[in-house]
Design a protein around this ligand. Structure first.
Ligand code: SD4
Length: 321
């Protein structure tokens, strides 16, 4: 049933859910709670998809995207293609609190972060180095291994104009089993809605690629007069539809959270039926839902909820449409 406060996040990232819930219980603001929840995932490197040490780009570097939004004031802070700083959602919060801007990107975002006191360090791990060197040898040194088939859509750079669209742009980059961005909505006792995301984005992305996660209305959205939404999946395609904004607007028009999420997914599905996409939704009275696009054998999307209905996080699974 609908009850506040509420913490809801994408995937089975229960430690993030618990972290946000405990910080609310300890008296933190919803904004601090959502930030701590996403930071917990960054530290834990949730599924290798959040934080440092996962998903190297085509040059071998891990870069981060993150966003935080205050649905009371409509303030947003976000970072895209952030380099050498582990706490991306913290930097997003600093953009919101200490600048007049919404989104900082790339090297300049890293300089800002360093000025704000964030530690500058490599985001590579043994695992990301190994993933990168394997990818490089399979895709960029043909015949390195006779049994490995290079991905014909990979050009390994430098990029040149091409007559034909690369097949993987049509297919999408994200495999739902290996790319699990955290998107979290927190609704405080008094109905303040906030949302945040954090991810290392798509594996083997072209350096400079920024996904949906740091884009307000795409990766997440919050409006305390309605509710919030957050997305995960193939950001290159999802961000064209602003699914989080759409879901919040549908709830504004009276849709239940589950229906709002489904419509946002169906809009994407109409154009990209084989692309992985999932959205979580919550309204400002504590009702919630989720929806996902069915791709291959991925038929159920897990998400985690914490409210006063139980004293532990509840793992939900929604059937994909
Ligand atoms: C991105 N949306 O950068 C992220 C990745 C993701 O589940 O959510 N994967 O495209």
């Amino acid at each position: 049933g609908a009850v506040l406060p509420l913490v809801i996040n994408t995937w089975a990232f229960e430690n993030a859910t618990i972290t946000a819930w405990r910080s609310l219980q300890a008296g933190s603001s919803p904004l601090d709670a959502v930030q701590r929840g996403c930071s917990a995932c960054e530290e834990e490197q949730c599924d290798g998809s959040v934080g440092f040490g996962g998903h190297p780009d085509e040059s071998g570097e891990t870069t981060l995207d993150a966003l935080i939004m205050n649905g009371d004031t409509m303030e947003v802070g976000s970072v895209g293609d952030l380099r050498r700083v582990k706490n991306a959602v913290g930097v997003a919060r600093a953009v919101m609190d200490h600048t007049r801007h919404t989104l900082l990107v790339g090297e300049s975002a890293s300089v800002f972060a360093q000025d704000m006191g964030f530690k500058s360090e490599s985001l590579s791990s043994n695992e990301s180095k190994k993933t990168f060197s394997q990818w490089l040898s399979i895709n960029c040194q043909p015949n390195y291994r006779k049994n490995m088939v290079p991905d014909p859509s990979v050009s390994c750079g430098p990029y040149k104009p091409q007559a034909e669209v690369k097949p993987r742009q049509k297919r999408g980059l994200i495999n739902p089993r290996s790319h699990d961005t955290i998107g979290m909505i927190v609704i405080g006792q008094s109905g303040q809605v906030v949302a945040a995301t954090s991810t290392n984005g798509a594996i083997h992305k072209v350096p400079g690629r920024v996904g949906d996660s740091p884009i307000a209305g795409a990766g997440a959205y919050a409006d305390s007069s309605v509710g919030g939404a957050a997305a995960t999946g193939d950001g290159d395609l999802m961000m064209r539809f602003l699914p989080s904004f759409l879901a919040v607007e549908l709830m504004r028009s009276g849709a239940e959270p589950t229906a709002a999420c489904k419509t946002a997914i169906n809009r994407i599905k109409k154009y990209y039926p084989n692309v992985f996409a999932a959205v979580i939704c919550a309204n400002n009275t504590g009702g919630f839902g989720a929806a996902c696009n069915k791709v291959l054998n991925f038929t159920q999307f897990p998400f985690t909820v914490f409210n006063h209905n139980s004293n532990r996080p509840q793992l939900h699974r929604v059937d994909c449409v």
